[in-house]
Ligand binder design. Structure first.
Ligand code: PHE
Length: 353
């Protein structure tokens, strides 16, 4: 029996069959265990003779199994080490890294320039109500100017109210002025901004409009300054200084064109001179004028709607087209590609993080 069991132990091919053999011989009702139990029924003489023999058998088989087990475990470890070997000298697999979207890059550049001029950051919701987007901004009820904005209206809610996707960042002017009045300054408005107020408002806006220079979703950056004795010259200086810093050249040529917005009086649009006749866009020369913003002096009715006395406070506001500024600075021909989600586009025009 000993020869048979030790031979089988030595020949066991894996740990599982070795364990089966152990149970068969040394387990609770294994063959050797049964022999050991038999000792109790023997006469003392028989036991004196058989006991050491059976115990010896048990020890020999247990030792054979333990030895084979150690061998098998070592072999298993060797196999594992061989298969899991990592060659640290191999070049790393090329890794695809994300790119920063030009709009976000441009926003960061703009925020940095305005922050240096002392503007704090403000934000408002993309889903607006008619009051903030139109009424408080002096759009008369049923006035065609509301249609002018190609508004995306949301379905009526339970209160019979129709919310909308904001058509511009100007509603945040209203929110900032009102919150300042309530003395409830949101965390993103710097303390001491109620009034005097000096904020910029970057954000997404929506209009049902799509061609090479219009996308249904785009980005604006609103600016609002409310203080005493503010005039149009402050607006011009702020925007011209911004443009020189943004385009990184003092050669920028801008022009103000009279315009109309219900919420500013007087109102203007500002264009940047550029040359688009060659392959690239040159700023400060050429025959093209690209509109980059609307602005003007905050209308007295807007101040009143926000609880400010127009005889005490004046201000200017502007709304910059962020994507357009980016397209102008970094030479992107078609605005629609900006939001097409095409990986090739972002790999070409994107910035490294
Ligand atoms: N909200 C205007 C627009 O989207 C731009 C603007 C902002 C004009 C602030 C005047 C003052 O066209």
């Amino acid at each position: 029996l000993q020869a048979d069991l030790t031979a089988r132990a030595a020949a066991a091919q894996d740990l599982a069959s070795l364990e089966a053999l152990r149970v068969e011989a040394l387990g609770k009702s294994g063959s050797i265990s049964e022999l050991l139990k038999g000792l109790g029924k023997m006469s003392p003489e028989e036991r004196r003779e058989q006991g050491p023999a059976i115990n010896g058998l048990r020890d020999a088989v247990a030792a054979a199994i333990a030895e084979r087990k150690a061998d098998l475990e070592a072999a298993e470890l060797d196999a594992k080490l061989a298969s899991e070997f990592v060659d640290l000298t191999l070049p790393p697999a090329p890794e695809r890294r994300g790119r920063v979207h030009p709009t976000m890059q441009v926003m960061d550049e703009m925020i940095a320039i305005f922050a240096e001029m002392g503007f704090a950051l403000a934000e408002g919701p993309d889903i607006e109500d008619d009051f903030h987007n139109f009424t408080a901004l002096n759009f008369p009820p049923k006035h065609p100017a509301r249609e002018m904005h190609d508004t995306f209206w949301l379905p009526e809610d339970a209160n019979g109210e129709r919310k909308l996707l904001r058509t511009h960042t100007s509603p945040v002017q209203v929110r900032v002025m009102q919150q300042g009045q309530n003395g409830k300054l949101p965390s993103w408005v710097a303390q001491g901004q109620a009034p005097p107020i000096r904020v910029i408002v970057p954000g997404r806006v929506y209009r049902s409009d799509s061609d090479a220079t219009h996308t249904p979703m785009f980005h604006q950056m609103e600016g609002l300054v409310i203080d005493r004795a503010i005039h149009m010259g402050h607006l011009k200086w702020t925007l011209e200084t911004f443009c020189r810093r943004f385009f990184e050249t003092s050669a920028v040529v801008t022009r103000f064109r009279p315009h109309h917005f219900p919420f500013t009086e007087p109102s203007a649009e500002m264009d940047v001179q550029c040359d688009r006749s060659g392959g690239s866009i040159k700023i400060g020369e050429g025959a093209d004028w690209l509109e980059i913003l609307g602005g003007g002096m905050v209308h007295p009715n807007v101040l009143k709607n926000c609880g400010l006395d127009p005889d005490e406070w004046q201000g200017f506001a502007f709304g910059l087209g962020v994507d357009r500024l980016g397209a102008l600075k970094y030479g992107m021909p078609d605005l629609r590609d900006m939001f097409s989600g095409d990986v090739r586009w972002i790999e070409h025009y994107g910035f490294s993080a």
